[in-house]
Design a protein around this ligand. Structure first.
Ligand code: ATP
Length: 269
């Protein structure tokens, strides 16, 4: 394990901040959380061949769209069409091969990765939980928050009552990789964690896929309430999750093929 840890420490990131990179301060300007992709092309690097930039098949092929500050936009499209990849580029796990990603009008490569990540809360498809208490796992979203704020976030994510029904309440240990909690509970812990972060941008990758439709509807209503000033991107397969989005963007083979409200898209057939 020590060897693995040291080799991890020695791993060089694929890219580092530019020397001229600035702090991302979305609150300092109007439209600070506007998100724009322009003609983004991207392929995942082949791990062994990263050095000579040999690439796999293209995933994003001229992806262009914009998300205005304070709106909620949903992405739909066939499995594997590149929806989660968009979130990974926004969170700067990867950089585009061509084109660019702008946040608040600035190319994301001119902003420090740390300041960008501070401003974005993510509900990933599969949430990593620590083998610690359920309370800690929510608190992790913002370790400076008070316990009352943790409870408030848990209530918004509809997990508070479930936690209170556990024998040890918030002190219940979730087990290795969260084995002792169900998929739906894990998803709500992830939501509570993201809500607690109170970031101006929220990225949700199928945030309610493991939940029954009642809980889903309640959570979506709460997310709307929480996210009134938040710029939100939601990826979902279920229509019920995205129906209320300000706009739905339809992807096909790494490109935007249609966009509009639910009713506009229906009208277009
Ligand atoms: P789903 O709806 O099933 O979650 P998605 O639209 O979110 O799919 P992505 O996760 O963005 O799809 O993946 C797009 C394509 O990129 C897929 O074909 C996937 O196999 C490939 N891919 C994803 N991650 C990697 C990676 N780290 N390395 C290589 N290829 C990857």
């Amino acid at each position: 394990d020590m060897e693995a840890m040291f080799s991890l420490r020695d791993t060089k990131p694929a890219f580092t901040d530019r020397e001229s990179a600035m702090e991302y301060k979305p609150e300092a300007m109007k439209g600070g959380t506007d998100i724009t992709f322009h003609d983004v092309e991207f392929a995942y690097p082949v791990p062994d061949a990263q050095a000579d930039k040999q690439k796999t098949r293209p995933i994003l092929r001229g992806m262009s769209f914009n998300v205005k500050e304070g709106t909620t936009v949903a992405f739909v499209g066939a499995s594997g069409c590149g929806k989660s990849t968009i979130l990974r580029l926004l969170y700067r796990f990867y950089e585009p091969d061509a084109g660019g990603v702008n946040l608040g009008g600035t190319d994301i490569r001119d902003l420090t990765a740390e300041s960008v990540r501070k401003s974005i809360a993510v509900v990933p498809q599969d949430t990593p939980l620590f083998n610690d208490t359920i309370g800690y796992n929510i608190h992790y979203g913002d370790l400076s928050a008070s316990f009352d704020e943790v409870v408030e976030a848990a209530k918004k994510a509809h997990i508070h009552d479930t936690i209170m029904s556990f024998p040890d309440g918030y002190d219940t240990v979730v087990g290795e990789r969260g084995l002792k909690v169900s998929g739906g509970e894990k998803q709500r812990v992830a939501l509570a964690r993201a809500i607690l972060k109170k970031a101006p941008i929220m990225l949700c990758d199928e945030p309610t896929s493991s939940l029954d439709s009642h809980t889903e509807a309640d959570i979506m209503a709460n997310l709307k309430e929480v996210g009134r000033d938040t710029t939100t991107i939601i990826i979902a397969h279920r229509l019920s999750t995205i129906q209320d989005a300000d706009e739905i963007i339809v992807l096909h083979e790494g490109k935007v093929v249609e966009r509009g409200t639910h009713w506009e898209l229906l009208a277009q057939g």
